[in-house]
Design a protein. Sequence first.
Length: 277
Amino acid sequence: MKANVCIVEGKTIAEVWEKSVMTLWEKGGNIPTEYDSPGDPQSRDATMIMVINEPFSEPRIHLGFPGGMEDLEKYRQEIVFGVHDHWIKPEEGKWTYTYHQRLFNYPSEKTVNQIEYIINKLSQTFYSRRAQAITWVPSYDPKTDDPPCLQRIWCRLVPEDGNIFLRMNTHWRSRDAYRAAYMNLFGLTELQKYIADEISKKTGKKIFVGPYVDITDSYHIYGSNFDDFQARFLKMMKERNFYNEDRLKSRTMKSDDPAAIAGFEYGREQIMNEKKP
């Protein structure tokens, strides 16, 4: 039996996500999931490794993901600032976790701010191999219907050409390649930037965002989404250029495009209007 492991590499998150989805569609195996309904095709599945060499190079936004610019902004703030941590109320049938909660307030006998640990550790010892954070809670997560997909992040500072770069690796047990992975890439690289900026403040040295490596054990497109994927994503691949200043002819968009800026602002307005406890 041959392991079905795919590796894609590129410059931007939009480029690499697109490559990953197309590689999965063409080379992935057929595997059932615990979420399938009767009559659904089996999912397209593979282990996927994505290497993004310049996470903040443009064009950063891919228009093929099923969401809007406001969703990206809300997800960014959810991961980095915890704007939806107040939705964690499993006793009321609501969310059981957020990534921000698990990374910044990991639940144990005493909550642990793992991101603060990474920042402090790398500020003191830039070459450390111990700057990591986990999300899984063994006593709790296996019993839930929706356990975390993200399992671990690992960071390291690497000097190169007179500059210092923060590299980040993330490891995921499972991921919806079509409907979730692009937003994950967007949000986690924003967390990478946050960590780099905080280390810069503590050390007085400019820390640049370096490569981002993303490893997923089960990277899949659900069979129930095949029709939408073919009608939207594959159609876009055939009819549009990777980047064109005319958005109607482009699969991607720069994050400083007026449409993106307006969408991000709309996301911030939605967050402000959400009811807080």
